[in-house]
Every structure is written in C-alpha cells, then in structure tokens.
Design a protein around this ligand. Structure first.
Ligand code: C2E
Ligand code: MG
Ligand code: MG
Ligand code: MG
Length: 279
C-alpha cells in the first residue's frame, strides 16, 4: 500500500516536472516573438550617491508583458533561459534599448550612468562582446555603461572571463558584482575578476536598523570593498534609518524603494526632475 502511495507521489511529481519543463520550453520559443512584438520593456531604478545626494545612475530592469500570462517577473524567466542562447538575445535587446534611452537622457542634459544585468558566463560569448563593440561605435561611447554581473552556478574559466572584462574595460565600461554575499563563489569572484563595484544584496541590507547580524554582515561587506578600493552600492534600501546607518559605515551609493520603485522611461524622467528640483 505504501509502495502504491509512493508510486502515486512519484507520478504526481513527474507530472509537475513535465509541466515545468514544458513551460520552460514554451518560454524559450516565445522570446523571439516577445522581442519582435515589443512585449519586453525596461524599468529604470535610480542609484543615489550618499555623499552628494545626487542621482548617479540607473539600473535597467527587464519586464515582460505577456499576452496570456500578464506580467512575468524576470526572476521567473531569466534563470530558465540563462543556460541557453536566448539569454544572449535578451541581453542584447536590454543593452541596446538602455543605451538608446541613455542617449536620449544625455540630449536632455542628464549626466547619468546606466547599468545592465548580465550572467557572468555570458561574458564568454564572443557574439555578445562583438555586439558591445559595435554599439560603442554606432550608438554612443560606452564609458557610462556598467554591467552588473551575477554568478549563479560554478565558474569554470575565471582567467578567460577576466581577459574579456579587461578588454571591455578599455572602452570605459565598469563592472559590478551583483547580489554580493549570496551565491557560492562571491569572494572567489572578487579574488579573480577585475571588478569596480560591489553591490550588497538586498537580503542583508533591508533590515539593518533592527537586525544586528545583518548590520555586522553589511559592515563587513563594506570593509572588504573599501580595503580593495571598490565602490560599494547597497540595494534594497527602504527607510531613512537604513540610509543613515549605511552612510555612517562608509557606503558610497544606495538603491531602493525608499527613493522610488523602478519606473518606466517617462516616469523616471518626471521623478528625476522633481527629485533634482527639490534638492
Ligand atoms: P537585481 O539585479 O539584484 O535587481 C534588484 C531587484 O530588487 C529588482 O527586482 C528590484 O526591483 C528589486 N528592488 C530594488 N530595491 C528594492 C527595495 O527597496 N525593496 C524591494 N522589495 N525590492 C527592491 P526585479 O526587477 O524583479 O529583478 C529581479 C532580478 O532579475 C534582478 O535582481 C536581476 O538579477 C534579474 N534581472 C532583471 N532584469 C534583468 C535583465 O535585463 N537581464 C538579466 N540577466 N537579469 C535581469
Ligand atoms: Mg542588478
Ligand atoms: Mg542585486
Ligand atoms: Mg537580485
């Protein structure tokens, strides 16, 4: 009887698995259409310099307005396409769109940097690096571009990745390590890659005004960054108290709902004007 029960469990489980892999398969097929039909769009999330209080840049965050499923969160499709060629297509789309928007912002006299998220292993894709070099010539010089790299799996070739990063850095591109403190090789990344910036993960930052453990972890991240001459950005700042603590600890930059949620291009422009006028 219990064997039968287990068997049923197994069957249910395998049905779920089938649906899950079926869903991912659909997602993969749907991406070219989504790009063509303009179902993707970008939200911009500002980064604030904690010393000057100025907006120093924006992070481009992808959104998918799916015809049947509605809003699909990047956490629900990016990890599934990361191991496939589709991540290259999506990253190119985000990069191109963000650079064109940055160019428009520059024409309005806004001096900002823009960052684009990229999985670490995609840096080993020669097609993407070729495209980046083309954008540098055709769209605008990339000295205001930052890549936020995320390491989810294991990295097999730090040496080659570091070489690619150095060649991109010669165009003025900067690199930050996203979600610092999570992932299984963050310190190995800091050890082996030519990073400019460290972004402390939201899960550590969000409650440092009440959580002593997280406060000390954030302090340690900031100390590592400072000792190695990296700029430090804290993500997930939701209150003024957290800002004050981060400032006292020597954090350079902050990003979070305290300032604003991520905004569409037009809403960001309005927010930026109001924010700048109020200062
Ligand atoms: P991330 O790069 O670490 O981005 C930060 C995430 O935290 C964003 O979620 C942002 O909306 C959210 N966030 C920022 N401040 C706060 C806060 O104060 N409170 C709360 N509750 N949340 C905050 P989002 O946009 O859902 O993105 C999730 C993740 O998806 C990103 O994490 C990134 O890893 C990935 N992602 C988003 N866009 C892209 C993209 O264009 N390409 C790639 N490869 N990944 C992307
Ligand atoms: Mg990011
Ligand atoms: Mg992050
Ligand atoms: Mg994240």
């Amino acid at each position: 009887r219990s064997a039968k029960k287990n068997l049923n469990h197994y069957e249910i489980y395998s049905e779920e698995m089938k649906t899950a892999s079926h869903k991912n398969f659909d997602l993969l097929c749907e991406i070219p259409r989504a790009i063509e039909k303009k179902e993707f769009y970008i939200l911009y999330h500002p980064k604030i310099d904690l010393y000057s209080g100025k907006v120093e840049g924006v992070e481009a965050l992808i959104r998918w307005d799916h015809p049947e499923r509605g809003a699909v969160s990047p956490d629900d499709f990016i990890p599934h396409i990361e191991q496939t060629a589709m991540i290259g297509k999506v990253t190119e789309w985000v990069l191109k769109t963000a650079l064109m928007d940055l160019k428009k912002m520059q024409l309005q006299g806004m001096d900002l940097r823009v960052s684009v998220n990229i999985p670490l292993n995609l840096l080993q894709n020669p097609k993407l690096t070729k495209t980046i070099k083309e954008y540098n010539k055709k769209i605008l010089p990339l000295d205001k571009l930052e890549f936020e790299i995320l390491e989810r799996g294991s990295v097999d070739d730090f040496k080659n990745t570091a070489i690619v990063m150095e060649s991109l850095k010669s165009m003025g591109i900067q690199f930050s390590l996203d979600d610092f403190g999570t992932g299984n090789s963050t310190l190995t990344c800091v050890q082996n890659l030519p990073l400019d910036i460290i972004k402390i993960d939201r899960t550590f930052v969000k409650d440092i005004e009440t959580n002593r453990k997280n406060k000390e972890l954030v302090r340690s991240c900031i100390n590592i960054g400072r000792a190695l001459d990296k700029k430090i950005v804290a993500e997930g700042v939701e209150s003024e108290e957290v800002i004050k603590i981060l400032k006292d600890m020597g954090c350079d930059c902050a990003q979070g709902y305290y300032f604003t949620k991520p905004l569409t291009y037009n809403k960001f422009l309005n927010w930026y004007k109001t924010y700048t006028d109020l200062r």
